[in-house]
Design a protein around this ligand. Structure first.
Ligand code: DMJ
Length: 553
C-alpha cells in the first residue's frame, strides 16, 4: 500500500514538474515574442528617423551628409539618379507590409506614394554623366525591379511605374556591353549611351563589377519576356572562362582584375572582399533564382577553392576566417579580412538549405556532406564576424581586420583585439554602417530559428544606435558613418549616410525579427533587393535558358 502511494506521489510530482516546465517554456516564448515585436518596432523607428532626416535635409539627392544637413548628386550640377530614394523603397514596402502599428503603416504608405510620384515625374534618366554600371545596376535597376515585385506582392502603389523606369534604365546601360567580346565597361554615359573606361589608362574592370549584373538583367527579361537583357548578362561569362582556362586552372578562385577587351585576368590578387565578393555571390544566387545548374557547379568548385586556399582558423579559440592571396594561389597567405567578406556566412547558409528551414533541408534528397559542410561554414564564419563587433570599444566592426598569423606577431602601430586574435590598422578603423554581418545573422536566424542570432542582431543594432546616431539641434535624429570604432567615448562622425544603411542594414536587421519570412521563394540581390524565384515552365515558355557550357574548356 505504502509502495503504491510512493509511486503515485512520484508520478504526480513528475506530472506537476512537466506542467511547470511547459508554463516556463510558454512564458519564455511569450517574452521572446514580445521582445522581437519590440525590436521590430525600434528598427522601424530608426528607419523613420534616418528617412525623415534625409527627406527634410536632402530629398531627391543621391548622396546625403546628415551632419551638415545637405545632399548632392553623383554628378554635381546634374539631376539626381534616385540613388537613395530607389534604394530604400522596398525596405519601406516591407515595413508597410509587416508593421504591427497602423499609424506607422499610414506613414510608410505616404513615403511610398511620395517616392513613386518622384520616380514617375522627377527622375530623369537622360542625364549627361558617366555612371558606374555596377552600382547603378545593383542599387537603381535592382531597386526599381524589387519595388515592382513588392508593389504587386503587397498591393501598394503602381508597379508599372517602376517597371517602365527599369526598362528605360536597362536600355541605357546596354551600351556598356558593346565591347568586342561583350564584357561590360565600368561606366556609361546615360545621355549619349557611350560607355567609357572607368580607369584612365586601361580598360580594366573587376570580377565583382562585370559579374554582378546577371540577377537584375535576367529578372528584367523574365518580366518583360524580352530575352535581350538575359543574353547580354549571360554572355559575359564565356569569354572570361575561356581565355583564362577558368575555373580549372584557378580552382574556382578568380583574380579580381581583368581586361574588358581581352577578358584576361590582369594580376593575381585573389580575395572575397572588395572587387571580388559579389562575383561568388551571384554564382549561387543565379542558381537559386533560375535553377540553372551550371552556376551551382561553378559555385561548388569555387567553394572548394576557398576551403583549399583561403580559409584558416585563428591561433587561439578556433575562429574561422577567410583571408587573401595577393600573389596568386601559390603565393603567401594574408590574414586580411574585409568586413565585406562577412556576407559569406549567409551565402553558405543559403547554399546549404536553398532557403528552407535547416530541419526541412536535412530531409531533402539533395542533402549531403557538401551541404552539411556549407552549414558548418555558415555557422563558424557568422560567429567570427559577430566576434569582431564584440571586441571593439564601440561594439561595431572596423572596415578591415588582419588576423594574427603567428602567436608572437606584433605591430606597434596597429590595434590588437583584447582576445589577441586580430589587428586593425588606424586607417581601417572606420565603420560605414555596412550590412554584411547582420545580413548573415538574418539568414542564420531565419534558417535555424536559434534565439542567439536575434540576440546578436539586437546587440549590433543597439551599438549602431548608441555610437552611430545623434540628435541634432533641429530635432532630427541622424545616422552616420563613423571614423573610429576603436575609441571609447564620444563618436567622431564622417558625415555620410550610405544608401545601403536604408536598403540593406536596416532591412536585414528588421527581417531578423520578422516571423513569417520564407527564404525559399525569394532571392536578394547584392543590395538586398528581393526578386521572386523564377518558374521553370515560364522560363521554358519565354525561351530563357542557359546558352553556354564551361565544361568543354
Ligand atoms: C553594397 O553596396 C553591396 O552589398 C555591394 O555588393 C558591396 N557592399 C555594399 C555594402 O557594404
Amino acid at each position: 500500500m505504502r509502495r503504491v502511494n510512493f509511486l503515485m506521489i512520484t508520478k504526480l510530482m513528475l506530472f506537476v514538474g512537466f506542467v511547470l516546465l511547459l508554463i516556463v517554456c510558454w512564458k519564455e516564448l511569450k517574452i521572446r515574442a514580445t521582445k522581437s515585436q519590440l525590436a521590430k518596432a525600434e528598427i522601424e523607428k530608426a528607419f523613420i528617423e534616418s528617412w525623415e532626416s534625409y527627406v527634410s535635409d536632402a530629398w531627391g539627392n543621391d548622396v546625403y551628409f546628415p551632419l551638415s544637413s545637405k545632399g548632392h548628386n553623383i554628378a554635381s550640377d546634374e539631376r539626381p539618379l534616385g540613388w537613395i530614394i530607389i534604394d530604400s523603397l522596398d525596405t519601406i514596402m516591407i515595413m508597410y507590409n509587416k508593421t504591427d502599428d497602423e499609424k506607422r503603416r499610414d506613414k510608410f504608405k505616404e513615403y511610398i506614394l511620395r517616392s513613386e510620384t518622384w520616380i514617375k515625374e522627377e527622375l530623369t534618366l537622360n542625364i549627361n554623366i558617366k555612371v558606374s554600371v555596377f552600382e547603378t545596376t545593383i542599387r537603381v535597376l535592382g531597386g526599381l525591379l524589387s519595388a515592382y515585385y513588392c508593389s504587386k506582392e503587397f498591393n501598394i502603389g503602381n508597379a508599372q511605374v517602376y517597371l517602365d523606369r527599369a526598362v528605360e534604365l536597362a536600355d541605357k546601360l546596354e551600351a556598356a556591353f558593346s565591347t568586342p567580346i561583350g564584357i561590360p565597361l565600368g561606366s556609361v554615359n546615360l545621355m549619349n549611351k557611350k560607355s567609357s573606361k572607368i580607369h584612365k589608362s586601361m580598360y580594366i574592370t573587376n570580377i565583382a563589377e562585370c559579374l554582378t549584373l546577371q540577377m537584375e538583367f535576367k529578372y528584367l527579361s523574365y518580366i518583360t519576356e524580352n530575352p535581350k537583357y538575359w543574353n547580354l548578362a549571360e554572355k559575359v561569362y564565356d569569354p572570361i572562362f575561356r581565355v583564362n582556362d577558368y575555373p580549372k586552372k584557378w580552382h574556382g578562385l578568380a583574380p579580381i582584375q581583368l581586361h574588358t577587351v581581352t577578358g584576361k585576368f590582369i594580376d593575381q590578387n585573389i580575395r572575397l572582399g572588395s572587387k571580388g565578393d559579389s562575383y561568388y555571390e551571384y554564382l549561387l544566387k543565379q542558381y537559386l533564382l533560375t535553377h540553372e545548374k551550371i552556376y551551382w557547379d561553378i559555385y561548388s568548385i569555387s567553394m572548394q577553392g576557398i576551403d583549399d586556399y583561403l580559409v584558416q582558423k585563428s591561433n587561439e579559440k578556433d575562429y574561422l576566417f577567410i583571408g587573401e592571396k595577393h600573389k596568386g594561389l601559390d603565393g603567401p597567405f594574408s590574414g586580411k579580412m574585409d568586413h565585406l567578406v562577412c556576407f559569406m556566412g549567409g551565402l553558405y547558409a543559403m547554399a546549404a538549405t536553398e532557403g528552407l528551414p535547416l530541419k526541412k533541408a536535412k530531409s531533402q534528397p539533395w542533402w549531403n556532406t557538401e551541404r552539411a559542410h556549407y552549414w558548418n561554414m555558415a555557422t563558424e564564419l557568422t560567429r567570427t564576424c559577430y566576434m569582431i563587433y564584440n571586441e571593439t570599444p564601440k561594439g561595431l566592426a572596423p572596415e578591415i581586420v588582419l588576423f594574427k598569423q603567428f602567436p608572437d606577431e606584433t605591430h606597434p602601430d596597429w590595434w590588437l583585439s583584447p582576445s589577441n586574435l586580430f589587428f586593425v590598422k588606424p586607417a581601417d578603423a572606420f565603420n560605414l554602417l555596412r550590412p554584411e554581418t547582420v545580413e548573415s545573422i538574418m539568414y542564420m536566424y531565419q534558417l535555424s530559428k536559434q534565439q542567439k542570432y536575434r540576440d546578436w542582431a539586437w546587440h549590433i543594432f543597439s551599438n549602431f544606435r548608441k555610437s552611430a546616431s545623434c540628435l541634432k539641434q533641429n530635432g532630427n535624429v541622424i545616422y552616420s558613418s563613423i571614423s573610429n570604432v576603436l575609441t571609447n567615448g564620444q563618436t567622431t562622425f564622417l558625415d555620410n549616410m550610405e544608401s545601403f544603411w536604408l536598403a540593406e542594414t536596416l532591412k536585414y536587421l528588421y527581417l531578423t525579427f520578422v516571423d513569417d519570412l520564407d527564404l525559399s521563394n525569394i532571392v536578394f540581390n547584392t543590395e538586398a533587393h528581393p526578386f521572386p524565384v523564377m518558374d521553370h515552365a515560364e522560363l521554358d515558355r519565354i525561351n530563357l535558358r542557359t546558352n553556354w557550357d564551361f565544361s568543354r574548356y
